[in-house]
Design a protein around this ligand. Sequence first.
Ligand code: ADP
Ligand code: MG
Length: 376
Amino acid sequence: MADSELTTDASVDARSESNADAPDAVMELEGVTKRYGSETAVRDLSVSVRDGELLTLLGPSGCGKTTTLRMLAGLERPSEGTITLADDEVAGPSTYVKAEERGVGIVFQDFALFPHLSVRENVAFGLTDHDADQTEERVDELLDLVDMPGMGDRSPDQLSGGQQQRVALARSLAPEPDILLLDEPFSNLDVRLRVEMREEVRRILKEAGVTAVSVTHDQEEALSISDRVAVLEDGRLEQIGDPESVFEHPESRFVASFLGQAGFLSARVGETTVDTCIGSYDRTLLKGLSDGYTGAMVDVLVRPDDLRAVPANEANANGAIVRRQYTGPSFIYHVELDNGDVVRCLHNHAEDMDVGEPVTVDLVSDHSLAWYPAKG
Ligand code: ADP
Ligand code: MG
């Protein structure tokens, strides 16, 4: 893909980060590949997880997230590459440490509480080297941490979905794992609870001080809970960085499109300007553009909040509304511009326009924009 040749300053920074030997890495994957027969689920993946961070693997269904988590847990063996945990190799060409010997905790998608055990017994389950008093004390500590004091005698079927998730977290944290893995932890909760539990889970992990790797296909969830996000596509690492940097400086069209609703404006780079079908702008509009691009065609990333559409008469319009998405608080209007580019514009719910209406689209954002060399 031509995109890989793009090296803006931002992309150089983020790429070198992923290869850096972070001194405080707790877990490290190096060149990890997993094949199932002729199918490759994970390709040459190198990532290091830093002490105390919450790292989220983000990508569409089938991109290899669960497979990666299972390899970290010791439930699956890499076909190639090595996994290091606290400086010890736990998987490699000649090593394989079993799941129960890795000090890794897992929170499963369905929480997997033992239905016949009380909350207290569920939380105590992994505390095999504690005596009765120590167990009691540790369980109380964890019930406080997950904000369920005094609920130890309930059975799982007396709990709401959010409470079940709290118990599942408490149970996984009880033996003080070096690293906690969470597979799509919010997928079994309804939408409203999901948003509330995102904040709670982050708070609990941070208070426990545990290093965690979660996986999700939900970009909003990844951006809102994580210290860093690793975007995967088709088993490959596309980009890793803090949420702001992957959202604001996506290094590829895939990352740009996967994080938020992306549109692209075709533009011609002039000596001092960038010329698009909605106007000419100063070259500094494009992030990290080098001199070599003068005369080139590029695609400029525009998200709905970067643009506004204003009703116009046919003569002044630069496009027309082709689709109208109502979300409650806002409208997202899809506008086909005169040159055929389709972009999306974010409007307040009171700004009601019709499909077919001629509009003038304007750039309203005041920050520089990411761009990609035009295809073919
Ligand atoms: P994700 O969690 O991102 O949805 P997975 O890691 O589950 O993706 O799967 C990645 C790819 O590997 C998919 O194409 C899937 O079909 C394949 N895969 C996963 N597990 C197996 C398996 N046990 N046998 C064969 N193929 C598998
Ligand atoms: Mg999965």
